[in-house]
Design a protein around this ligand. Structure first.
Ligand SMILES: [Zn+2]
Length: 111
């Protein structure tokens, strides 16, 4: 399989995520506006930002792990049954470690 294509896609996605996370961090670091009447809105925004950050970090880790598997030559191979994961599935979820059948059968649901 052509893992170089996926390597490029993963690296593009990583760069995107890193850019987004930097913006989230910068926004969280901004001091609260004392003139702002509705502090509750600002608080809510921070919570949204934090959850975006957490989800982003999780994906970042998964993508980095996927890059490691490309280097090891195990990318695109289901860790459960050893079958090749379909291109369509890898395109949809770049960091997936399970083929569609195993993901559907898995206790945690599709990953
Ligand atoms: Zn499988």
């Amino acid at each position: 399989m052509n893992t170089q294509r996926y390597k490029k896609k993963i690296q593009t996605r990583l760069a995107e995520l890193q850019g987004r996370l930097q913006k989230v961090e910068a926004a969280l670091d901004e001091p609260a506006d004392p003139d702002l009447e509705d502090q509750a809105i600002e608080l809510e925004d921070d919570e949204v930002l934090e959850s975006v950050g957490r989800a982003g970090l999780k994906e970042l880790n998964l993508l980095n792990a996927a890059l490691g598997r490309i280097d090891k030559g195990t990318y695109g191979i289901c860790t459960k049954c050893g079958e090749n994961i379909s291109d369509a599935r890898l395109d949809a979820v770049l960091f997936t470690m399970l083929c569609r059948d195993c993901a559907n059968a898995g206790p945690q649901g599709p990953v």
